[in-house]
Design a protein. Structure first.
Ligand code: GUN
Length: 294
Protein backbone atom coordinates (compact mmCIF):
# COMPACT_ATOMS: atom_id res chain seq x y z
CA UNK A 1 0.00 0.00 0.00
CA UNK A 2 1.65 3.23 -1.12
CA UNK A 3 -1.19 5.77 -1.06
CA UNK A 4 -1.71 8.22 1.76
CA UNK A 5 -4.86 7.10 3.59
CA UNK A 6 -7.01 10.18 4.10
CA UNK A 7 -8.23 10.19 7.71
CA UNK A 8 -11.75 11.63 7.56
CA UNK A 9 -12.37 10.84 11.22
CA UNK A 10 -9.45 13.03 12.35
CA UNK A 11 -10.26 15.82 9.86
CA UNK A 12 -13.91 15.81 11.01
CA UNK A 13 -12.85 16.11 14.68
CA UNK A 14 -10.70 19.15 13.84
CA UNK A 15 -13.53 20.69 11.81
CA UNK A 16 -16.03 20.17 14.65
CA UNK A 17 -13.58 21.96 16.95
CA UNK A 18 -13.48 24.91 14.53
CA UNK A 19 -17.30 24.95 14.42
CA UNK A 20 -17.42 24.96 18.23
CA UNK A 21 -15.11 27.99 18.30
CA UNK A 22 -17.27 29.70 15.68
CA UNK A 23 -20.40 29.02 17.74
CA UNK A 24 -18.76 30.54 20.83
CA UNK A 25 -17.77 33.61 18.78
CA UNK A 26 -21.35 34.04 17.50
CA UNK A 27 -22.77 33.72 21.02
CA UNK A 28 -20.28 36.34 22.27
CA UNK A 29 -20.76 38.81 19.39
CA UNK A 30 -24.50 38.51 18.71
CA UNK A 31 -25.98 36.51 21.62
CA UNK A 32 -27.21 33.90 19.10
CA UNK A 33 -27.02 30.14 19.76
CA UNK A 34 -27.36 28.27 16.44
CA UNK A 35 -30.23 25.76 16.41
CA UNK A 36 -30.61 22.72 14.13
CA UNK A 37 -33.98 20.99 13.70
CA UNK A 38 -33.93 17.45 12.37
CA UNK A 39 -37.18 15.89 11.20
CA UNK A 40 -37.51 12.12 10.96
CA UNK A 41 -40.68 10.60 9.51
CA UNK A 42 -41.09 6.88 10.19
CA UNK A 43 -38.79 4.35 11.78
CA UNK A 44 -36.16 3.51 9.14
CA UNK A 45 -33.37 1.97 11.31
CA UNK A 46 -30.45 3.59 9.43
CA UNK A 47 -32.16 7.00 9.55
CA UNK A 48 -32.71 6.64 13.32
CA UNK A 49 -28.98 6.07 13.84
CA UNK A 50 -28.07 9.09 11.64
CA UNK A 51 -30.53 11.36 13.47
CA UNK A 52 -29.22 10.30 16.89
CA UNK A 53 -25.60 10.94 15.79
CA UNK A 54 -26.52 14.33 14.33
CA UNK A 55 -28.25 15.41 17.55
CA UNK A 56 -25.25 14.36 19.69
CA UNK A 57 -22.74 16.22 17.50
CA UNK A 58 -24.95 19.33 17.38
CA UNK A 59 -25.03 19.61 21.18
CA UNK A 60 -21.27 18.90 21.43
CA UNK A 61 -20.66 21.85 19.07
CA UNK A 62 -22.52 24.14 21.49
CA UNK A 63 -25.68 24.38 19.33
CA UNK A 64 -29.31 23.66 20.17
CA UNK A 65 -30.74 20.45 18.74
CA UNK A 66 -34.46 20.06 18.02
CA UNK A 67 -35.65 16.58 17.08
CA UNK A 68 -39.06 15.92 15.54
CA UNK A 69 -39.98 12.28 15.18
CA UNK A 70 -43.21 11.67 13.27
CA UNK A 71 -45.18 8.48 12.60
CA UNK A 72 -44.70 6.84 9.21
CA UNK A 73 -48.43 7.48 8.57
CA UNK A 74 -47.84 11.27 8.71
CA UNK A 75 -49.47 13.11 5.80
CA UNK A 76 -47.66 15.55 3.55
CA UNK A 77 -49.92 18.34 4.88
CA UNK A 78 -48.92 17.55 8.49
CA UNK A 79 -45.23 17.60 7.58
CA UNK A 80 -45.70 20.90 5.70
CA UNK A 81 -47.31 22.42 8.82
CA UNK A 82 -44.28 21.41 10.89
CA UNK A 83 -41.85 22.82 8.30
CA UNK A 84 -43.78 26.13 8.21
CA UNK A 85 -43.48 26.40 12.00
CA UNK A 86 -39.72 25.64 11.87
CA UNK A 87 -39.28 28.22 9.07
CA UNK A 88 -40.93 30.80 11.36
CA UNK A 89 -39.09 29.81 14.57
CA UNK A 90 -36.26 32.27 15.38
CA UNK A 91 -34.45 29.65 17.51
CA UNK A 92 -34.09 27.38 14.44
CA UNK A 93 -31.36 28.31 11.94
CA UNK A 94 -31.05 24.97 10.16
CA UNK A 95 -33.71 22.46 9.07
CA UNK A 96 -32.94 18.97 7.87
CA UNK A 97 -35.69 16.57 6.77
CA UNK A 98 -34.16 13.11 6.87
CA UNK A 99 -34.52 11.12 3.65
CA UNK A 100 -35.97 8.76 2.54
CA UNK A 101 -39.55 9.85 3.27
CA UNK A 102 -42.56 7.49 3.32
CA UNK A 103 -44.18 7.06 -0.09
CA UNK A 104 -47.30 9.17 0.64
CA UNK A 105 -45.05 12.26 0.93
CA UNK A 106 -43.55 13.93 -2.16
CA UNK A 107 -39.87 14.52 -1.43
CA UNK A 108 -39.61 17.41 -3.87
CA UNK A 109 -42.56 19.27 -2.36
CA UNK A 110 -41.04 18.95 1.11
CA UNK A 111 -37.51 20.01 0.15
CA UNK A 112 -38.81 23.11 -1.62
CA UNK A 113 -40.93 24.04 1.43
CA UNK A 114 -37.84 24.54 3.62
CA UNK A 115 -36.76 28.20 3.87
CA UNK A 116 -33.63 28.36 1.61
CA UNK A 117 -31.85 30.40 4.33
CA UNK A 118 -32.30 27.44 6.74
CA UNK A 119 -31.71 24.69 4.14
CA UNK A 120 -28.58 23.16 5.70
CA UNK A 121 -28.85 20.15 3.36
CA UNK A 122 -28.47 22.52 0.39
CA UNK A 123 -31.22 20.59 -1.45
CA UNK A 124 -33.58 23.53 -2.19
CA UNK A 125 -33.64 24.49 -5.91
CA UNK A 126 -32.66 28.06 -4.92
CA UNK A 127 -29.47 26.80 -3.26
CA UNK A 128 -28.82 24.41 -6.18
CA UNK A 129 -29.20 27.40 -8.55
CA UNK A 130 -26.88 29.60 -6.47
CA UNK A 131 -24.26 26.83 -6.54
CA UNK A 132 -24.67 26.37 -10.31
CA UNK A 133 -24.21 30.11 -10.90
CA UNK A 134 -21.21 30.38 -8.56
CA UNK A 135 -23.00 32.52 -5.94
CA UNK A 136 -22.84 32.07 -2.16
CA UNK A 137 -25.51 29.77 -0.69
CA UNK A 138 -25.84 26.62 1.37
CA UNK A 139 -24.01 23.71 -0.26
CA UNK A 140 -24.90 20.00 0.25
CA UNK A 141 -22.83 18.42 3.03
CA UNK A 142 -21.29 15.38 1.35
CA UNK A 143 -20.02 17.36 -1.70
CA UNK A 144 -18.60 19.99 0.66
CA UNK A 145 -16.85 17.18 2.59
CA UNK A 146 -15.34 15.74 -0.63
CA UNK A 147 -13.88 19.08 -1.70
CA UNK A 148 -12.52 19.86 1.78
CA UNK A 149 -10.71 16.50 1.86
CA UNK A 150 -9.37 16.93 -1.69
CA UNK A 151 -8.05 20.42 -0.90
CA UNK A 152 -6.46 19.16 2.31
CA UNK A 153 -4.48 16.61 0.26
CA UNK A 154 -3.75 18.63 -2.87
CA UNK A 155 -3.87 22.29 -1.80
CA UNK A 156 -5.15 24.15 -4.86
CA UNK A 157 -7.29 22.08 -7.26
CA UNK A 158 -6.85 24.59 -10.11
CA UNK A 159 -6.40 23.00 -13.52
CA UNK A 160 -6.75 19.41 -12.31
CA UNK A 161 -8.68 16.84 -14.33
CA UNK A 162 -11.48 15.61 -12.08
CA UNK A 163 -13.98 12.84 -12.72
CA UNK A 164 -17.20 12.56 -10.75
CA UNK A 165 -18.73 9.11 -11.12
CA UNK A 166 -22.46 9.51 -10.42
CA UNK A 167 -24.95 12.26 -11.32
CA UNK A 168 -27.31 12.43 -8.33
CA UNK A 169 -28.74 15.75 -7.17
CA UNK A 170 -27.40 15.04 -3.66
CA UNK A 171 -23.76 14.29 -4.51
CA UNK A 172 -22.73 13.98 -8.17
CA UNK A 173 -24.09 17.24 -9.61
CA UNK A 174 -23.23 19.50 -6.64
CA UNK A 175 -19.71 18.08 -6.21
CA UNK A 176 -19.10 18.68 -9.93
CA UNK A 177 -20.22 22.32 -9.50
CA UNK A 178 -17.93 22.79 -6.50
CA UNK A 179 -14.96 21.34 -8.42
CA UNK A 180 -15.73 23.65 -11.35
CA UNK A 181 -15.70 26.58 -8.91
CA UNK A 182 -12.22 25.37 -7.86
CA UNK A 183 -11.20 25.59 -11.56
CA UNK A 184 -10.96 21.84 -12.18
CA UNK A 185 -11.72 20.40 -15.62
CA UNK A 186 -14.71 18.27 -14.63
CA UNK A 187 -16.16 15.19 -16.27
CA UNK A 188 -19.42 13.76 -14.91
CA UNK A 189 -19.64 10.04 -15.66
CA UNK A 190 -22.71 7.88 -15.12
CA UNK A 191 -24.28 4.54 -15.98
CA UNK A 192 -24.43 5.35 -19.72
CA UNK A 193 -20.80 6.56 -19.97
CA UNK A 194 -18.88 4.64 -22.60
CA UNK A 195 -15.52 3.28 -21.47
CA UNK A 196 -15.59 4.57 -17.93
CA UNK A 197 -12.13 3.09 -17.32
CA UNK A 198 -10.59 5.24 -20.08
CA UNK A 199 -12.31 8.42 -18.83
CA UNK A 200 -11.19 7.67 -15.26
CA UNK A 201 -7.60 7.05 -16.36
CA UNK A 202 -7.19 10.74 -17.33
CA UNK A 203 -8.24 12.03 -13.89
CA UNK A 204 -5.98 13.53 -11.22
CA UNK A 205 -8.97 13.49 -8.85
CA UNK A 206 -11.63 10.77 -8.75
CA UNK A 207 -14.88 11.24 -6.82
CA UNK A 208 -16.79 7.95 -6.72
CA UNK A 209 -20.49 8.39 -5.90
CA UNK A 210 -22.45 5.73 -7.73
CA UNK A 211 -23.54 3.44 -4.91
CA UNK A 212 -22.13 0.28 -6.54
CA UNK A 213 -19.76 -1.76 -4.38
CA UNK A 214 -16.09 -1.60 -5.42
CA UNK A 215 -16.70 -0.79 -9.09
CA UNK A 216 -13.69 1.53 -9.39
CA UNK A 217 -10.70 -0.71 -10.11
CA UNK A 218 -6.98 -0.07 -9.72
CA UNK A 219 -6.32 -0.37 -13.46
CA UNK A 220 -8.75 2.53 -14.10
CA UNK A 221 -6.57 4.94 -12.10
CA UNK A 222 -3.83 7.29 -13.21
CA UNK A 223 -0.84 6.52 -10.95
CA UNK A 224 -0.79 8.95 -8.02
CA UNK A 225 -4.44 10.07 -8.43
CA UNK A 226 -6.39 11.27 -5.40
CA UNK A 227 -9.46 9.10 -4.81
CA UNK A 228 -12.45 10.21 -2.72
CA UNK A 229 -14.95 7.41 -2.12
CA UNK A 230 -18.50 8.49 -1.23
CA UNK A 231 -20.00 4.99 -1.43
CA UNK A 232 -21.34 3.18 1.62
CA UNK A 233 -22.42 -0.30 0.52
CA UNK A 234 -23.34 -3.15 2.83
CA UNK A 235 -22.10 -6.47 1.43
CA UNK A 236 -21.56 -10.01 2.72
CA UNK A 237 -18.34 -10.25 4.75
CA UNK A 238 -15.77 -13.06 4.81
CA UNK A 239 -17.39 -14.57 7.89
CA UNK A 240 -20.67 -16.40 7.23
CA UNK A 241 -23.74 -14.27 8.02
CA UNK A 242 -21.66 -11.14 8.77
CA UNK A 243 -22.04 -7.97 6.70
CA UNK A 244 -19.33 -5.39 6.06
CA UNK A 245 -19.23 -1.87 4.64
CA UNK A 246 -17.37 -1.19 1.41
CA UNK A 247 -17.16 1.89 -0.79
CA UNK A 248 -17.57 2.33 -4.54
CA UNK A 249 -13.79 1.87 -4.88
CA UNK A 250 -11.83 -1.39 -4.69
CA UNK A 251 -9.84 0.07 -1.79
CA UNK A 252 -7.16 -2.57 -1.30
CA UNK A 253 -6.03 -2.65 -4.94
CA UNK A 254 -6.48 1.10 -5.53
CA UNK A 255 -4.39 1.98 -2.46
CA UNK A 256 -1.37 0.56 -4.36
CA UNK A 257 -1.93 2.85 -7.35
CA UNK A 258 -3.44 6.06 -5.92
CA UNK A 259 -1.47 8.90 -4.34
CA UNK A 260 -4.12 9.39 -1.65
CA UNK A 261 -7.40 7.60 -0.95
CA UNK A 262 -10.28 7.74 1.53
CA UNK A 263 -11.16 4.52 3.36
CA UNK A 264 -14.73 3.27 3.95
CA UNK A 265 -15.61 3.59 6.76
CA UNK A 266 -13.58 6.50 8.15
CA UNK A 267 -13.29 8.72 5.07
CA UNK A 268 -16.11 10.91 3.76
CA UNK A 269 -18.73 9.49 6.20
CA UNK A 270 -17.60 11.24 9.41
CA UNK A 271 -17.06 14.47 7.46
CA UNK A 272 -20.70 14.71 6.37
CA UNK A 273 -22.09 15.47 9.85
CA UNK A 274 -19.19 17.89 10.52
CA UNK A 275 -20.17 19.74 7.31
CA UNK A 276 -23.80 19.83 8.47
CA UNK A 277 -22.58 21.66 11.58
CA UNK A 278 -20.55 24.02 9.35
CA UNK A 279 -23.72 24.77 7.35
CA UNK A 280 -25.79 25.33 10.49
CA UNK A 281 -23.21 27.79 11.82
CA UNK A 282 -23.04 29.53 8.42
CA UNK A 283 -26.86 29.76 8.27
CA UNK A 284 -27.04 31.15 11.83
CA UNK A 285 -24.34 33.73 11.04
CA UNK A 286 -26.10 34.81 7.82
CA UNK A 287 -29.47 35.15 9.60
CA UNK A 288 -27.84 37.10 12.47
CA UNK A 289 -25.88 39.34 10.07
CA UNK A 290 -22.55 38.04 11.43
CA UNK A 291 -19.47 36.98 9.47
CA UNK A 292 -19.01 33.19 9.52
CA UNK A 293 -15.61 32.10 10.76
CA UNK A 294 -15.66 28.54 9.39
N1 GUN B 1 -30.41 10.51 4.19
C1 GUN B 1 -29.19 10.01 3.90
N2 GUN B 1 -28.30 11.02 3.71
C2 GUN B 1 -28.98 12.16 3.90
C3 GUN B 1 -28.61 13.55 3.85
O1 GUN B 1 -27.46 13.93 3.58
N3 GUN B 1 -29.59 14.43 4.09
C4 GUN B 1 -30.87 14.05 4.37
N4 GUN B 1 -31.76 15.00 4.60
N5 GUN B 1 -31.24 12.79 4.43
C5 GUN B 1 -30.30 11.85 4.18
Amino acid sequence: MSARIIDGTAFAATLRGRVRNGVEALVRSHGVVPGLAVVLVGADPASQVYVKNKAGRTVEAGMRSFEHRLQDTTTEAELMTLIASLNADPAVHGILVQLPLPKQIRENAVLTAVDPAKDVDGFHPINAGLLATGKPGLVPCTPLACVMLAKDVLGSLEGLDAIVIGRSNIVGKPVAQLLLAESCTVTIAHSKTRDLAAVCARADLVIAAVGRPEIVKADWLKPGATVIDVGINRVAGAELGKMKLVGDVDFKACADKAGAITPVPGGVGPMTIACLLVNTLRAACAIAGATATV
